[in-house]
Design a protein around this ligand. Structure first.
Ligand code: PHE
Ligand code: ZN
Length: 882
């Protein structure tokens, strides 16, 4: 597989490399604008490859200085160098030989933040997916594994810290102001896991003793002065290391584990072997500046990157089509970790909310693709919610199908069989088949078929026979390149609840497999009969969201109410309440579209909400989740076509007003309850209390037409969770008031020096509903607090506006789309990955009503006509317009 310069790459074309790498020796002579990279690689011709086959190395924006074979410079006639490749001919045959390649690169000019770049004076690398080729010419693909030795040379005063993968070999001074450091990584790895960091950084240190009593040095590097803000990340790291030993028997395998936090980073973080590099947003936290969500993200992402050491690094991907092999699996692992560290039910609710709002949206639009795609033009565009989150759900379904102990056996086999390998999804799935004896052939369609399955259920109870019969139909909608689908193996967790609230187990089942509370759907249509059900049961379906499907079951309202109030499974209760609320919200949109000015909300829903909110036996975080009714985006996705974001906004506001009005005293009780004094703790229980208070403040804003409550909360908040929330209530619900304006200004001034808090300030302002926000976004771009070269700032201002402000971005006159088109074209010139990511905000444009859809289309056409355009953006525009 060759460099991705815009042509389509196919999985079917995979073949191994002609040459096999053994060892890689890299020397960096650091310089801000002219860094010299000397690569010496030992390799041999793969058996069976003809003697005249040349060596083809990938490159990207490199300046080639010299090429040598076995230490001897070769003449220019022996190689061809182009923009994207270095081709060397007449190589030694039958033996191992050494290729030396010298290149010059310019870290300072590297605004794409791929390869070696500078961030706040620190040298830093990012190599996944195809960034290593921006450092040196190499077979830059994940199935080329080598053992790396690294020497870093640079100005000693500017670079007291010099880091790379593996174990530290030594460091020293040359006596002329320059110093060096050397690192050796004994574990063979692909080039995308290479990393180098050099600069003047502060460090937080700790140690971890592994299950076999080895001591590992832990170090987190941050900018000087930010050390105290790395404490929580360190704590999360140690908990992750313990958890992976206990949950999966996985021990860490080097003497040292390092994390570096940088302020310019395209993604969340990167799992480079022994040297994770993080977007500092996912490391730095203290009570004054971080929200509970920030803490939870740090915990999850630190864990995620650490877990990659086994799922991704020790066992890696054969090719980039297998990305979900490491990402889906590792997300599943970090989800399980967080569930064990926090409240499992609340964690699952948050996951499902995120899955539906992001992955279901992607899966139903022009960017839909299978978890394991078969073709791509730009691999950067496949770090998607489908690969990550749906990939995780597919892994979770394997665990559901097999049961936990058998799943663990399959994972053990995977580690045993494939350690040190670069493998495929088929290899992964085979481990679970071999461990369990279960055929996962049909199940594997989850990897290959895109689109969210629609499962339609109808049920009838036969009182005479005491049987319950379920008729089930599954349909997988067509997606780009896949018009016709085969039926899937869908594990549907379910329960039967009787009138008195008890659960009953059927005594027999026909028409399908049902075991351990899981019904296995395998046919396009299926009729399943459950025997021994003594009275008409309420069906609790897709418990825990066992399958990522759209379930259509015309459930009687009284059944929904029963589940909402009594299901033993908290997730099911949330799901039922959410479903009840969604029904009313959809009804309200319909009625208001038809001209109504008032909406009616089901009295049962109001009662359930009020009772749940004031039920002290329910954990506060769960109550907060219940109070977060479906978002405008959720409603839009459910409607699916002819979307008018303004109508949805108005209808949701009306429903919120109706729902919150009768809850006034309950809300006041929550908000006026004596606050815990004493020091802040980010633990889940304390965070839950803050979440409930925040939800109550939001509700109050709908039933009390005054900003005073929020202004008071803003004035009194002693933590960022409540401060930022109070600000957003003021800015979003009372934007015209003096209180809101003052709070926005005060917050900005107070945190003017803290970039990560300013991101919150930008995004709160960018998501103020209504058409006027475009102008404030444009004004904020001129603020000295904004930095057009920083990915976090771009995402917090422009990204939030385009992705999380339905009424602002989807202005009827199309000005939001035109603005975005200009921004994408401008950002693309510096950083194509960030441009492409923000552009995905247009992925559902076809479901808009026709005026907006036409204007959105024009904006996409404008972007498509720009020149030059990166492959990243070009690929997305083409697919969205197809
Ligand atoms: N592999 C990283 C992760 O998920 C994500 C990433 C991809 C980071 C590409 C940078 C570039 O942990
Ligand atoms: Zn990952």
């Amino acid at each position: 597989m060759e460099a991705t310069t815009g042509q389509v790459i196919h999985l079917a074309d995979y073949r191994p490399t002609d040459f096999v790498v053994e060892r890689v020796d890299l020397t960096f002579e650091l310089d801000p604008t002219e860094t010299l990279v000397i690569q010496r690689t030992l390799m041999h011709r793969r058996e069976g490859v003809a003697d005249d086959v040349p060596l083809v190395l990938d490159g990207d924006e490199l300046n080639l200085k010299a090429v040598a074979i076995d230490g001897n410079p070769i003449p220019e006639s022996q190689y061809d160098v182009s923009d994207r490749a270095l081709v060397i001919r007449d190589l030694p045959t039958g033996t191992t030989f050494e290729v030396t390649v010298e290149t010059i690169i310019n870290p300072e000019a590297n605004t794409k933040l791929m390869g070696l770049y500078r961030t706040n004076g620190t040298y830093c690398t990012q190599c996944e997916a195809e960034g290593f080729r921006r450092i040196t010419y190499f077979m830059d693909r994940p199935d080329v594994l080598g053992v790396y030795t690294i020497t870093i040379i640079g100005d000693g005063a500017a670079n007291p810290v010099m880091l790379s993968n593996g174990n530290f070999l030594g460091a020293g001074d040359y006596g002329d102001g320059r110093r060096f450091a050397a690192w050796y990584d004994p574990h063979p790895k692909p080039s995308y896991l290479f990393a180098l960091v050099a600069g003047d950084l502060g460090v937080v240190e700790d140690t971890f003793t592994t299950m076999s009593e080895r001591e590992v040095a832990l170090k987190i590097y941050v900018e000087h002065g930010k050390e105290a803000r790395a404490a929580y990340a360190m704590d999360a790291l140690k908990r992750s290391m313990t958890w992976d030993e206990q949950a999966f028997g996985r021990e860490y395998d080097l003497d040292i584990f390092m994390i570096v936090a940088v302020s310019d980073f395209n993604m969340g973080a990167m799992e480079n072997k022994g040297l994770n590099v993080f977007n500092d947003k996912y490391i730095l936290a203290d009570p004054e500046t971080a929200t509970d969500q920030d803490y939870a993200n740090i915990e999850a992402i630190v864990a995620h990157e650490y877990f990659h050491n086994w799922t991704g690094n020790r066992i890696t991907c054969r090719d980039w089509f297998q990305l979900c092999l490491k990402e889906g699996l590792t997300v599943y692992r970090d989800h399980e970790f967080s569930a064990d560290q926090r409240s499992r039910a609340v964690k699952r609710i948050a996951e499902v909310r995120h899955l539906k709002s992001e992955q279901f949206a992607e899966d139903s639009g022009p960017l839909a693709h299978p978890v394991r795609p078969t073709q791509f033009r730009e691999i950067n565009n496949f770090y998607t919610t489908t690969v990550y989150e749906k990939g995780s759900e597919v892994t979770r379904m394997i665990a559901t199908l097999l049961g936990r102990p058998m799943f663990r056996k399959g994972m053990d086999l995977y580690f045993e069989r494939h350690d040190g390998g670069a493998v495929t999804i088929e290899d992964f799935v085979r481990c679970f088949e071999d461990a369990s004896g279960r055929d996962l052939g049909q199940f594997s369609r989850w990897y290959h078929q895109a689109g969210t399955p629609v499962v339609t259920v109808s049920a009838r109870y036969d009182a005479g026979a005491k049987t319950l019969t379920m008729d089930v139909e599954q349909m997988i909608p067509p997606t780009p390149g896949q018009q016709v689908k085969e039926p899937m193996h869908i594990p549907l967790a379910m329960g039967f609840i009787l009138d008195n609230g008890t659960e009953v187990q059927p005594t027999g089942v026909s028409g399908g497999e049902y075991a351990d509370g899981v019904l296995h759907l395998t046919e396009r249509t299926q009729s399943i009969t459950f025997e021994g059900i003594s009275s008409r049961p309420v069906l609790s379906l897709n418990r825990g969201f066992s399958a990522p499907i759209n379930l259509h079951y015309d459930m009687p309202v009284e059944d929904m109410v029963q589940i909402a109030r009594h299901d033993s499974d908290l997730f099911s209760r949330w799901q039922a309440i959410n479903q009840l609320a969604l029904r009313d919200l959809l009804k309200a949109v319909k009625e208001m579209t038809a001209g109504a000015t008032q909406v009616a909300v089901d009295a049962e829903l109001i009662a359930i909400l009020r009772d749940s909110i004031s039920d002290d036996s329910l954990e506060p975080a769960f109550r907060a989740q219940i109070m977060a009714l479906p978002s405008e985006a959720d409603i839009a996705r459910e409607i699916g076509k002819d979307i008018d974001p303004e109508m949805i906004h108005a209808a949701r506001n009306a429903v919120m007003a109706a729902v919150t009005a009768p809850a006034g005293t309950v809300l006041a009780d929550i908000l006026d309850a004596p606050r815990r004094v004493g020091s802040f703790s980010p633990d889940a229980a304390s965070a839950g209390i803050r979440a409930l208070r925040n939800a109550a403040l939001t509700w109050m804003s709908y039933c009390e037409p005054s900003p005073d409550r929020a202004a008071k909360a803003f004035a009194e908040a002693d933590n960022m969770t409540e401060l930022a929330h109070a600000l957003s209530v003021l800015a979003h619900r009372f934007s015209e008031t003096e209180s809101a304006k003052q709070a926005v200004a005060a917050f900005g001034d107070r945190f003017a020096e803290n970039a990560l808090v300013l991101d919150k300030w930008f995004s709160i302002q960018a998501t103020v509903p209504g058409p006027a926000t475009l102008a404030s976004v444009e004004a904020l771009m001129q603020s000295p607090r904004f930095a057009a070269g920083n990915p976090n700032r771009l995402r917090s201002l422009i990204g939030s506006f385009a992705m999380a402000n339905p009424t602002g971005f989807h202005r009827k006159d199309g000005a939001g789309y035109a603005f975005l088109a200009n921004q994408i074209i401008a950002i693309d010139k510096r950083n194509p990955q960030v441009a492409a990511r923000i552009l995905t905000s247009m992925r559902s444009w076809r479901s808009l009503e026709s005026t907006r859809a036409g204007l959105a289309r024009n904006a996409l056409v404008t972007i498509g006509a720009a020149s030059p355009l990166s492959t990243d953006v070009r690929d997305l525009v083409d697919r969205m317009l197809e």
